[in-house]
Design a protein around this ligand. Structure first.
Ligand SMILES: C[S@@+](CC[C@H](N)C(=O)[O-])C[C@H]1O[C@@H](n2cnc3c(N)ncnc32)[C@H](O)[C@@H]1O
Length: 206
């Protein structure tokens, strides 16, 4: 299954638009990292990167495996006048083009279900985190109200067009936890509530 870059861009500026500032504020509240280096894995059109840049002093790398998605993200970042704060990077979560211990924060929304090898992906995320750094990885719509509203809107779209244009893949909580454990990560918590399903990882200092 693949994400269509043009459809994802339209969705992120339309029905999904309110979720990104909400998720960005939830990440900031839960993790508290507001400056340094951040990687947004599977950033797509960069809506979450843009929302994070607006409420922090982070330097953000919007990483995506698809060239076309990076080009769309580039355009959106320029339009938001955030080119000095956000850089697009074409790359794969399974082999991230960043040095060891280089990143304060790794975030990712809606990309996990597309990753082929979750254990390798989490090893990579942990590798690039600085000691003391944190990651917030998963998917969701931020709160109950938005989740219900978006489910309805996507269903209406499906009925109108007669096909499911945008299937939202689900993350499996057991699979997620197993992968984090297999990657040798001990300091994590799972969040499974109206905000979505997320794993919050902290890399210890020693
Ligand atoms: C559903 S979109 C989510 C985009 C964005 N995070 C958002 O919430 O609007 C999933 C994104 O993950 C990217 N992706 C899929 N597999 C990836 C991988 N192995 N490494 C990096 N990005 C990947 C896709 O190209 C796509 O842009």
């Amino acid at each position: 299954m693949e994400t269509d870059p043009v459809k994802m861009d339209a969705l992120s500026k339309g029905a999904f638009a309110p979720i990104y500032p909400l998720i960005a504020s939830q990440i900031t509240e839960k993790i508290g990292v507001k400056k340094g280096i951040c990687i947004d894995v599977g950033a797509g059109p960069a809506s979450l990167s843009i929302a994070m840049a607006k409420i922090s002093h982070l330097k953000i790398y919007a990483l995506d495996v698809k060239e076309e998605m990076c080009k769309i993200a580039e355009k959106n970042i320029t339009q938001a006048e955030l080119s000095e704060r956000i850089t697009t990077v074409k790359g794969d979560v399974h082999n991230m083009p960043f040095p060891n211990n280089s990143t304060d924060l790794v975030i990712s929304r809606g990309s996990v279900p597309f990753w082929k090898d979750l254990k390798t992906a989490f090893c990579e995320i942990y590798r690039v985190l600085k000691p003391g750094g944190a990651a917030y990885i998963g998917g969701g719509f931020g709160n109950h109200q938005l989740k219900e509203k978006l489910k309805k809107e996507l269903n209406n779209e499906k009925t109108k067009s007669g096909e499911n244009n945008f299937k939202i893949p689900k993350i499996n909580i057991d699979k997620l936890e197993k992968a984090v454990n297999k990657a040798g990560i001990n300091n994590y918590i799972l969040i499974n509530d109206d905000s979505g399903l997320w794993v919050l990882i902290r890399k210890s200092i020693n």
